[in-house]
Design a binder for this molecule. Structure first.
Ligand SMILES: Cc1cc2nc3c(=O)[nH]c(=O)nc-3n(C[C@H](O)[C@H](O)[C@H](O)COP(=O)(O)OP(=O)(O)OC[C@H]3O[C@@H](n4cnc5c(N)ncnc54)[C@H](O)[C@@H]3O)c2cc1C
Length: 435
């Protein structure tokens, strides 16, 4: 349990609290939307406070000329998106947690949304940011289109997971929103491995759908069993000005038409599914109840891999988890973010919790499954974290993840949080920080 939850209302208050904690050796876990999935909000040491920025929830500026919006860290992304839509604009950011996640946490975790293949991840959207360091220093990184004034210091802030600084204000880019020109395409096929090859073909050809997703049959059960039982499913959305959106859709259709193993799906079915994909607090509560009633738990682990390794990672993880872990009821995966040089895989697994307490559950199921996925991914040349961050659940493999670059991470931590008060045990294991 944290010693206290401290709500803050301004960068100055954050500065005051952090300066106090830094001087007194009080540990701090920053928080905004509390949708972290990898244990980022867990307090592992006694005497830790949670520093909560969710009351800092003002949208400060929507700048239609410079196409950027500025919001405090506690603004819910969906609120910002709804506000900019009134101007016919979009942030382009749409993680499944959009109704709950807040701007500070979204930047702190290097989040990514469902339209990433066109708009990128939060690192491509973040123009400027204000943040506070443990010594109380408030730093405002100005929003400009681009600059070459030394290393890009936004990246000290992006993905820091509250381990070196507390984000108080965020400026993100905006784009014109053209819902009327969106085209949605869906296809079924038998083999996930074939889908990966086709996805590569489309990305390498240079098409830029906003959504490019590929589900295997196991994972697809939860989403598409009413129209594609036992099948893998590929989904594309194209958007932007009419000519651009249509050209992308036509290009993808032409490639798909060459593949006789793929069958088009009625667009309406895909649109209906996509409209209900996001999770809000009520849906999370519903799932909690279901888990308690059934003892059937769902967890996920998302990785990224170059095209040459993704198939191998998928095959090996699927084989090993099903063979080595007891009580698995579903082990599937989908790819939801594609690049010219590779894609992510989002493993989704369900298991029955048999003969163990909630504490034992982590060691019997959750960690051994993660271990297989993380180790196999790193071994094959991928990254064990595509977008949920390291948190405290993937800390065990952080040295393998970074290899010879790990000292850089340690130096950043030591430079910006020399007393080790910020989110201990996150990104770097606690024992490493203390060395
Ligand atoms: C149902 C569901 C769906 C999800 N879908 C996606 C998805 O599609 N894409 C995606 O990227 N993620 C997704 N996530 C993960 C999660 O929503 C993201 O990681 C999100 O960015 C976390 O934002 P938050 O405001 O909830 O942060 P929190 O959960 O409050 O915190 C997350 C981490 O950031 C740190 N932090 C929080 N606020 C600050 C701050 N102001 N300054 C510094 N550090 C801070 C915390 O210490 C913690 O380590 C999903 C989660 C859920 C539960």
């Amino acid at each position: 349990m944290p010693a206290a939850v401290v709500f803050v209302n301004s960068a100055e208050e954050v500065s005051e609290v952090l300066r106090f904690c830094n001087a007194k050796g009080v540990y701090v876990v920053p928080r905004t939307g509390h949708s972290a999935t990898e244990g980022g909000l867990e307090t592992i040491l006694d005497g830790t406070i949670v520093l909560d920025g969710s009351h800092m929830n003002k949208i400060l500026n929507i700048d239609e000329v410079n196409m950027q919006a500025t919001a405090e860290c506690g603004v819910v992304l969906e609120d910002l998106e709804n506000a900019v839509r009134k101007y016919g604009l979009t942030t382009g950011h749409s993680p499944q947690s959009k109704p709950i996640a807040m701007m500070g946490g979204l930047v702190a975790t290097r989040s990514i949304g469902q339209f990433s293949t066109l708009y990128g991840g939060i690192e491509d959207m973040l123009a400027g940011v204000e943040t506070v360091f443990p010594d109380g220093q408030i730093c405002d990184i100005k929003a400009v289109p681009r600059r070459s004034a030394g290393p890009d210091i936004r990246h000290i802030v992006l993905g820091n997971e509250g381990t070196t600084n507390f984000i108080t204000r965020v400026t993100v880019k905006l784009w014109k929103y053209y819902p009327e020109y969106q085209e949605v395409l869906g296809f079924t096929l038998d083999k996930m491995q074939d889908g990966m090859k086709i996805m590569r073909e489309i990305m390498v050809a240079g098409y830029r759908p906003s959504v490019a997703r590929l589900y295997d049959a196991e994972d697809g059960k939860e989403h598409f069993s009413h129209f594609a039982p036992g099948k893998c499913v590929m989904v594309f959305v194209t958007e932007g000005p009419q000519l651009v959106s249509h050209a992308n859709a036509e290009g993808i259709r032409a490639i798909m038409a060459k593949h006789s193993e793929c069958t088009p799906v009625e667009t309406k079915l895909i649109e209906n599914w996509f409209a209900n994909l996001n999770w809000d607090a009520a849906r999370i509560e519903e799932e909690r109840k279901e888990v308690l009633e059934t003892n059937n738990v769902c967890c996920t682990t998302e990785i990224s891999a170059p095209w040459s390794a993704v198939e191998q990672i998928y095959n090996v993880c699927k084989k090993r988890v099903v063979e080595e872990i007891p009580d698995i009821t579903i082990f599937g995966a989908h790819g939801s973010h594609c690049y010219s040089n590779g894609m992510n895989l989002y493993f989704v697994y369900w298991y029955n919790v048999v003969d163990c307490t909630p504490e034992e559950e982590i060691n019997k199921y959750h960690l051994p499954i993660k271990k297989i996925i993380c180790e196999e991914t790193i071994k094959a040349g991928g990254s064990m974290c595509h977008h949920h961050g390291v948190g405290k659940h993937r800390i065990h493999w952080i040295d393998q993840e970074h290899g010879s670059a790990l000292p850089m991470l340690k130096k950043i931590k030591a430079a910006f949080d020399p007393n080790g008060i910020m989110n201990p045990g996150d990104i770097l294991p606690y024992y490493i920080e203390k060395k």
